[in-house]
Design a protein around this ligand. Sequence first.
Ligand SMILES: Nc1nc2c(ncn2[C@@H]2O[C@H](COP(=O)(O)OP(=O)(O)O)[C@@H](O)[C@H]2O)c(=O)[nH]1
Ligand SMILES: [Mg+2]
Length: 241
Amino acid sequence: MIDWKSREIFSGLKVPQDIPIVVRVDGWRFRKFSMELELEKPFDRRLIEALANIPLKLIEGGFPILLAYTFSDEISFVLHPPIPWEGRVEKLVSILASYSSGHLSSTFGRPLSFDGRIILVRSKEEIIDYLTWRQSEAWRNTINSYALKALEEDGYTLKEASEILKGAKSKELHEIVFNKLGINVAKVPAWQRRGVIVKRVEVIKESRAGPVIRRRTRIDWEPPLFSTPEGREYLLDLLST
Ligand SMILES: Nc1nc2c(ncn2[C@@H]2O[C@H](COP(=O)(O)OP(=O)(O)O)[C@@H](O)[C@H]2O)c(=O)[nH]1
Ligand SMILES: [Mg+2]
């Protein structure tokens, strides 16, 4: 018989086990899913809450997540060492993507799935840089999604609206949204503009033996801008726990 174990040709693919890594999962065909489920446009609190609950549950279950960042239909998990499964790429990606899929499917009552990928980060600075990049995507997505809604309400089809938005500058998008919806995108709720952080915090609890430190998991609905000194300090603090 063929040595089938030797045909599992990617099982030896590993990331370093002794440094943090990032795994990002992204919803598959979520545009279609959000239309079918008639999710609120451009942002539906039910979706982001369900997404934020995924790392929350994983951390509470003991999975080594330093922090997670989520917006739209994606989650970036920053894992801390020792990285599980000796850093095996297949395990890390498939389990985080399938756990996320399972969780969201049960929340929305229909099959949903995520793809997954690993991002190599070589220092805390690089993790901050990576998260700053994703947060700038979140902001881009915010302006675009509101502008799309404005144009759709104006009678354009999704295809036409997307075409118009392709060539538009950020200032023009702001104007479209303000003129058609009366909304200042810079003032919409923070989670829509900046995304959401899931983090671990230490709280002091009173016990009979005196105060004790307990670890808790929290969802931060108003994270700072990561590109500012305040945002940097915020992330550095989370990365050093
Ligand atoms: N209505 C609605 N749609 C959302 C929300 N968050 C994400 N989406 C949808 O999910 C898509 C995510 O983008 P992308 O991953 O590029 O699209 P996909 O390939 O269809 O998953 C967006 O384009 C939106 O259509 C939300 O809060 N409300
Ligand atoms: Mg997607």
